[in-house]
Design a protein around this ligand. Structure first.
Ligand code: GTR
Length: 458
């Protein structure tokens, strides 16, 4: 009898401890987690009545199982994922979403370091600027990589690589940064002429260069328009004329869209990093904001040389699940930006349920490498919940490969990052932007992973 009582008491204590432990494992998360502000939902719905911002109106959907092969076989071990399912999923994204890029390193590509300053930023950094010619021809397409590396750390340096929207000179007021980045949208009179000297440092709030260097990281950045200007001209500008293979004068329905060209450019930057002994090419973190967040995910998915992948507010065609049709949809994005994806993607305008993939599978392609996804509270266009759910549904692949996934079942509260597992996530206060707060979480996340990696940090 006494033994029975002891058993009941012990079991009760045990379940309370388990309950608390579960709560602790979930980072003390509220099961309700983040929710969009009803006032904001009402305001945005009024502004764009054709767009759904209401969680109640998200349709029922079934996601494709990332661990189910097209032939119906279930993937049950890491070997089958790597050898069969991962290539299959990659191929689906190539064929139906982003398009196909040339394979490997272009054979005539050249790198030229045209600037090397050992005492940049008051001695804090070494600055390098590298001209990349994709075809090795002066008149061919190319890009400039701007690199800062901290001077007070042992080399090689783990480095963030990020595409920028306005030209390399916009990320910092350092007068030695080569002015770059201008193109004209034909017929529209819209000029992206950030090449003007007065735009130096204009985007510096998004690039806390000194803070990054002080934390022991390098920063490499490239103007995305160098690779492919961001407007639709029938794929005549940027890298297209040099690399596109037309079939009977026509582009293939899976020919690369601009997101794929930008991602390809990031891989070419990685080709350079592999030649620079001061950069730790085994610890390169690819990061991007918004359309360039979509790009960072695709770059990290297709190129396993990137050690960590970070998507900031990437939304539709990035981290957000398409099937939720919340905020920006496949039909909307393909209409507003017909040059971003491959032609096949348009077949799914309004038909998201027919897509053979959804964006959780894009995140799964990065496994087991660490990935970090962010959302912003006011950025309902990018569907914060859909971005979180894509992480959650990529989790089975991470768990199959290394036992550590997202480590959370519910969305965390506002400004409560999940950053101690292989999949990191936060929803930050404020708008669609890349902020110092975001960068701090990214550096904490990288610190944690690089410290625990066998190579350690210097
Ligand atoms: C918006 C677009 C989003 C996002 C954003 C950006 O207009 O609808 O998908 O990519 O632009 O890149 O700033």
């Amino acid at each position: 009898m006494i033994n029975g009582k002891i058993l009941v008491v012990s079991l009760t204590i045990f379940s309370v401890v388990c309950f608390l432990a579960e709560d602790l494992c979930l980072g003390g998360m509220d099961k309700d987690g983040w929710k969009a502000s009803p006032e904001l939902v009402a305001k945005l719905t009024q502004r764009r009545s054709e767009t759904n911002y209401d969680e109640q109106k998200v349709p029922e959907y079934t996601l494709p199982d990332p661990l189910l092969m097209s032939d119906g076989t279930k993937v049950t071990n890491a070997q089958a994922w790597k050898a069969r399912r991962r290539p299959e999923v990659l191929e689906l994204f190539r064929t139906y979403v982003y398009g196909r890029s040339p394979i490997g390193r272009p054979k005539d590509m050249t790198f030229k370091v045209f600037d090397l300053e050992r005492r940049a930023l008051g001695g804090l950094a070494t600055r390098k600027q590298v001209a990349v010619s994709f075809t090795g021809r002066q008149d061919g397409p190319g890009m400039d990589i701007l690199i800062y590396l901290p001077n007070d750390r042992k080399k090689p340096i783990p480095t963030f690589v990020i595409l920028n929207f306005g030209g390399n000179h916009t990320i910092h007021s350092d007068p030695a940064i080569k002015l770059s980045g201008s193109w004209m949208r034909p017929g529209s009179g819209i000029v992206n002429n950030r090449a003007a000297a007065d735009s130096r440092g204009k985007a510096s709030l998004r690039f806390p260069v000194e803070e990054i260097l002080k934390r022991g990281y390098g920063l490499a950045t490239i103007y995305y328009g160098d690779i492919d200007p961001d407007f639709h001209d029938g794929f005549k500008n940027g890298v297209h004329p040099a690399f596109d293979k037309l079939q009977e004068g026509k582009r293939a329905s899976d020919a690369w869209g601009s997101i794929c060209t930008w991602a390809w450019g990031l891989s070419r930057a990685m080709d350079y990093f592999e030649t620079d002994i001061e950069i730790d090419h085994n610890r390169v973190i690819v990061l991007g904001h918004s359309r360039l967040g979509k790009t960072a995910l695709w770059a990290g998915a297709r190129d396993e040389r990137f050690a960590i992948v970070i998507s900031n507010d990437s939304g539709c065609g990035g981290a957000a699940l398409s099937r939720r049709k919340f905020g920006e949809t496949v039909g909307r994005i393909n209409t507003s930006f017909p040059h971003w994806f491959c032609e096949n993607f348009r077949k799914y305008n309004g038909k998201e349920d027919d897509l053979p993939v959804d964006q959780h599978m894009l995140i799964a392609l990065i496994a087991p490498r660490p990935v970090y996804v962010t959302s912003a509270d006011e950025d309902l266009w990018a569907d914060p919940k859909g971005e979180f759910l894509a992480c959650k549904h990529a989790d089975p692949v991470y768990r199959l490969l290394d036992g550590k996934g997202l480590g959370a079942d519910w969305m965390p509260g506002l400004d409560r990052p999940i950053k101690t597992s292989a999949i990191g996530y936060h929803v930050r206060s404020g708008r669609h932007s890349l902020t110092e707060y975001d960068w701090r979480q990214f550096m904490d996340f990288a610190d944690m992973h690089f410290l625990t990696s066998s190579q350690g940090r210097n």
